[in-house]
Design a protein around this ligand. Structure first.
Ligand code: FAD
Length: 322
């Protein structure tokens, strides 16, 4: 681990100024991801800007029924209204990591955690994300964990967050603050595909801070995660679904997948198979098929295509039975 400066600002403004003043500075929140990367020599910031004392650790319910979740709220958040309004989000959070890690991990850090691609995490391998222009060892390596959608010749890694997948199904908005002031980024635009610049993973600028995540009122939701073992494992494929049904007909549907792309992958084709139809097994089966549209399997990850179909079907069926 390389030596670094440490600062602990007392306000969002001070934190933004600290990031702006040092191009090598990085935010530290719970540290559950970043400290591992420092230890393993994957990241070497000149300064860590600690955001634990900025008052960003609150849930704030709005008069219109939406909620603002402070970026420093922990992944172990336990709020009965949140459970009732956004069950899919709470299921996603509880499926992640372990109770100890969830007690420490923050919402902001969860969205910004780095990929679990082994070739990124091990500095002895070439990785365009860690070291732009060096190549992608994963292209000729073990493909089992790689992306089905939106990959590029530069990068085939997937995003690891469970929470972000649920947030896409729930149509969240990320609130950020930077030197130019505050802005709001729809969650679907927050994470970006690798293209030729896989080192750039989000729309967040280097000197900006995530301050909150806004969730509008949402229809019933559900999260289903398929993984190698039932705890302490990242998603091979997961699905978050949010479906509004009235009079037996689907009025709106949002479906997002995890474990299959560099960002939570929204399944518009699957949503179209549901809207305006009865919420029954035949339309759910068609939605599962449509969720695989555009998949480009690579050697080793072909199994994910069938998994996507089944996880989407099962998530929708479980939501319908809830
Ligand atoms: C063993 C293990 C198992 C895990 N399993 C899962 C899992 O199954 N599912 C899952 O989703 N996650 C899993 N995780 C990841 C875990 O959820 C993340 O490490 C955690 O959410 C990161 O939050 P943090 O506050 O600790 O972030 P940190 O480690 O402090 O930071 C992570 C990144 O976010 C940036 N950052 C943090 N906060 C902000 C902010 N407010 N504004 C701008 N940038 C910010 C930091 O600069 C850093 O780049 C696992 C982690 C471990 C160690």
């Amino acid at each position: 681990m390389r030596p670094f400066h440490y600062s602990r600002p007392g306000s969002v403004g001070e934190a933004v100024r600290a990031l702006g003043a040092d191009p090598g500075a990085e935010v530290i929140a719970g540290g559950t991801d970043l400290v591992t990367l420092l230890r393993d020599g994957v990241r070497a910031p000149s300064q860590l800007v600690d955001v634990n004392r900025l008052g960003l650790d609150r849930l704030s319910w709005q008069p219109n029924g939406s909620v603002h979740i402070g970026a420093m709220c922990r992944n172990a958040v336990d709020d009965s209204r949140l459970r009732r309004a956004y069950p899919g989000l709470v299921q996603a959070l509880r499926s992640g990591a372990s109770p100890q890690i969830r007690n420490r991990a923050s919402f902001g850090g969860n969205l910004l955690q780095r990929t679990r691609c082994a070739y990124f995490r091990l500095p002895e391998f070439d990785c365009n994300k860690r070291n732009p222009g060096s190549g992608c060892a994963a292209l000729n390596g073990d493909g089992a964990q790689t992306a089905l959608f939106g990959a590029s010749p530069s990068c085939v890694a997937v995003h690891p967050s469970d929470c972000a997948v649920a947030l896409v199904a729930l149509n969240a908005v990320v609130h950020v603050e930077g030197p130019a002031g505050a802005r709001r980024i729809p969650i679907e635009e927050f994470h970006v595909l690798p293209g030729e610049t896989p080192q750039r993973e989000t729309a967040l600028r280097r000197d900006e801070l995530v301050v909150a995540i806004e969730l509008p009122p949402a229809p019933p939701s559900h999260y289903l995660k398929f993984r190698d073992r039932t705890s302490f494992a990242f998603a091979l494929v997961s699905a978050a679904v949010a479906v509004e049904v009235s009079g037996g007909t689907v009025r709106s549907a949002r479906i997002a997948l995890g474990g299959v792309a560099a960002k939570p992958w929204r399944c518009l084709a699957a949503e179209r198979e549901l809207v305006g139809k009865p919420f029954t097994a035949p339309s759910i089966a068609k939605a599962g098929d449509a969720a695989t549209e555009g998949a480009k399997p690579r050697p080793g990850n072909e199994y994910k295509v069938e998994l996507v179909r089944r996880v989407v079907r099962r998530a929708l069926t479980e939501l319908g039975n809830a």
